[in-house]
Design a protein. Structure first.
Length: 135
């Protein structure tokens, strides 16, 4: 169980970091819906939702339910990243807790097939998540 949680955290962190590249490349005046995210290097909620929607075939209803979960995780992660009083270990633990909470909430919305796709997504490399538009 702990091995699966660690794998999940590692993949989730990879997704967050991987989605950072496109966010960093967003020009300041491009009309980005989340200006602060682009400046902080974090992927926007919409970018994260888009990847999950494409990979898991989320319905419109599921997207509307997942969006606030991603927003809460995103806001929490921004706060953690900005908290200079935290040690790297504390920052890692807080990020891990935020991701685990979001993962648990999101999985409640997914059907069994989508959960399997998410499990597979977490196990395989995905070049398209690393800022490679040709993937």
């Amino acid at each position: 169980m702990n091995r699966n949680r660690f794998r999940l955290l590692a993949i989730g962190t990879m997704l967050i970091v991987a989605l950072t590249l496109p966010a960093q490349q967003t020009p300041a005046g491009s009309g980005s819906t989340d200006q602060h995210s682009a400046q902080s290097g974090m992927p926007s909620v919409e970018q994260h939702l888009k990847v999950l929607s494409e990979k898991l075939d989320l319905t419109d209803d599921q997207q509307s339910k997942v969006r606030p979960i991603l927003q809460e995780m995103h806001d929490g992660m921004q706060n953690v990243m900005q908290d200079q009083s935290l040690s790297p270990e504390e920052r890692h633990e807080k990020m891990k807790a935020l991701h685990m909470k979001a993962d648990k909430q999101a999985r409640e919305i997914l059907n069994d097939d989508q959960k399997k796709k998410l499990d597979q997504l977490e196990q395989e490399p995905h070049p398209e998540l690393h800022g490679n538009p040709n993937a």
